[in-house]
Ligand binder design. Sequence first.
Ligand code: CA
Length: 227
Amino acid sequence: MTNETVVVVVEDDPNIADLVELYLRREGFRPYQADSGERALEVIAQRRPSLVLLDIGLPGEIDGIEVCRRLRRDSQVPIVFLTARDDEVDRVLGLELGADDYVTKPFSPRELVARVKAILRRAGARADAAAPGPIDLGGGIVVDRGRREVTVDGEPVALAAREFDLLAHLAENRGLALSRRQLLDGVWGPDWVGDERTVDVHVRQLRKKLGEGLALTTVWGVGYRLD
Ligand code: CA
């Protein structure tokens, strides 16, 4: 991680935004603030951050969830939601937005920065991994880890970063029943704090996006197996 690591902090509460910015700066990041969804999209397009911290409740037309949706159309930048209430956590998990993590307010800025570093390390490790060859999963589905691309009958399918990682992990462990905990450890990392439902949400997305050809079996009482 260099001093050039840009993080955009999208948060309309100036106290929280300034505090997070302070901690990020202290750790050598280059933070930029945005206090609305509209502003967030501008700043992100301009600064090309390595990570986005994204408040959900924002003034104006575009809330955090909509910002995430728009970013995910063409970007896999890691996104960490800053959520104010449990029902926002449910929305984040339920909407299958492809966020990388979330923290619930009030949060410790120190803990938040630790999470940011962990996510960036994983993203870096993903990018640095030797480019392995494509894996033919049958059913017309090919996953190419080097290109980070999935095709169905030769047509690329847009997956969120975590959906891709989950599929690649299952593909690397074909024929093995993996528990939700094992999948969280392998894909989200052992330091990820969150709910095992997250796995189900991502599996649902994979099934929806890749269709009938995906030989992904629910192993009751355990987790999932890719055949
Ligand atoms: Ca807010």
